[in-house]
Design a protein around this ligand. Structure first.
Ligand code: PLP
Length: 398
């Protein structure tokens, strides 16, 4: 193992006394992020003003950071770019994939996919009109549902609720053999499990940076297009920064070179500077080490919780190869139990209808943290703390 996890942990600003098991939803603050952002505000925005776009390299930032994320997901330099939110990137990738497969009109996804992906596909289908359809099947049934009418398979690799992980290589091979393209949502994969986009011959992939990649709330998404497709893709969201020459202010759209055409509008520089601080940490990390440690952590947590909390039912696959870097348990009172646990300083989250979700992030999580978390969970259940009225009220974000 070459990654020094004590060093990576020291690079994060973790609140004292808190055990953070929600880095799969919002990653914590890298210690250097505040300085990066302050520098961008004071020295760049403050002193350079508009000249910062050239002098501070703001315009290239989405591509430079895209290359650094690319190393974690098996994407060659020049194939990943940042911008917008993940929902927007899902739409972009899906629209382009559909257009590359004329004559076919079916999108296939699974019922475990994140709702926004399904909503975006539904909106696109309505815009395209006649004949287009979104089909969903159970996650286990995806491979068998790939047929000769399929245009695009749209899958989130790791299920946001259960943590179940699809077999990317197998689904890509099967979809390609059937003449379909594949769009992967890597929201719960990037920085969580090793991904090999080039090696698996993936077509499109998208993901967010505010979870395992720690860019902070509202950090931009990324998009990957295989080099063999990138110059053929016609962006549906044809914004000016995806134009071949944005500052020619040409009234006609001409797509930019390769992945650059998937840019839409002005990039969020302050958020990208925060991501830069996180990527300085990630540059020192090997995904194989993250995966090995993640499996040890999730195995230990499952074992600990099953021994201490018999009222909880495991919702995540038992086989580590079949899961991402999260563990979920079911309980009908899952929401109140999670609130009681949070009150004890152990932060996980809840996903309707009954899922208690815990993310495992080796960059800053230690074994001692997870044993403590198990003891707190045991206490919440054994003492019935979750029954208190204050834990019953549902906040807007769960
Ligand atoms: C799998 C998945 N896809 C899409 C999204 C939507 O991302 P955004 O809010 O950045 O558009 C999320 C958000 O958590 C997600 O988990």
């Amino acid at each position: 193992m070459t990654t020094d996890f004590a060093r990576t942990r020291a690079a994060f600003d973790l609140p004292a006394g808190m055990i953070y098991l929600d880095g799969n939803s919002l990653g914590p603050l890298p210690r250097a992020a505040a300085d990066h952002v302050a520098q961008a505000i004071r020295a760049e925005w403050g002193q350079m003003l508009i000249t910062g776009w050239n002098r501070a390299g703001w315009m290239d930032l989405p591509a430079r950071l895209g290359d650094r994320i690319g190393r974690l997901i098996g994407a060659a330099p020049g194939t990943v770019v940042l911008g917008d939110t993940l929902s927007i990137k899902v739409y972009q990738a899906l629209a382009s994939a559909l257009e590359l497969n004329p004559g076919r009109k079916v999108i296939l996804s699974d019922t475990g996919n994140f709702p926004s992906d399904l909503y975006m596909a539904d909106g696109l289908v309505r815009t395209l009109g006649t004949g287009y359809a979104l089909r969903t099947v159970a996650p286990e049934a995806v491979a068998d549902a790939i047929g000769p009418d399929l245009a695009v398979l749209m899958i989130t690799e790791v299920d946001y609720r259960t943590g179940r992980r699809h077999d990317m290589a197998r689904l890509i091979a099967k979809a390609h053999a059937a003449g379909a393209l594949v769009v992967w949502d890597l929201a719960h994969s990037a920085g969580a499990v090793p991904v090999d986009l080039a090696g698996t011959d993936a077509d499109f992939a998208v993901g967010c940076t505010y979870k395992y990649l720690n860019s902070g709330p509202g950090g931009p998404a990324f998009i990957y297009v295989a080099p063999r497709l990138a110059d053929r893709v016609r962006p549906a969201l044809s914004g000016w920064l995806g134009h071949e020459a944005p500052f020619a202010f040409d009234p006609d759209y001409r797509p930019g070179r390769g992945i650059e055409r998937m840019r839409v509008g002005t990039p969020p520089i302050l958020q990208l500077r925060a991501l830069e601080a996180s990527m300085d940490i990630w540059d020192q990390v090997e995904m194989a080490d993250v995966r090995a440690r993640s499996i040890e952590l999730t195995e230990a947590f499952i074992k600990g919780v099953e021994a201490a909390c018999p009222a909880l039912t495991l919702a995540t696959p038992r086989d580590p190869a079949m899961r991402g870097s999260q563990v979920s348990f079911r309980h009908p009172e899952g929401y109140a139990i999670m609130q009681a646990l949070i009150a004890r300083g152990v932060i996980g989250d809840f996903r309707a209808p009954d899922i208690l979700r815990f993310g495992f992030t080796p960059l800053y999580l230690r074994f001692a943290d997870l044993w403590d978390a198990v003891e707190h969970l045991r206490a919440v259940l054994e003492r019935g703390e979750w029954r208190e009225a204050r834990f019953q009220h549902r906040a807007a974000v769960t």
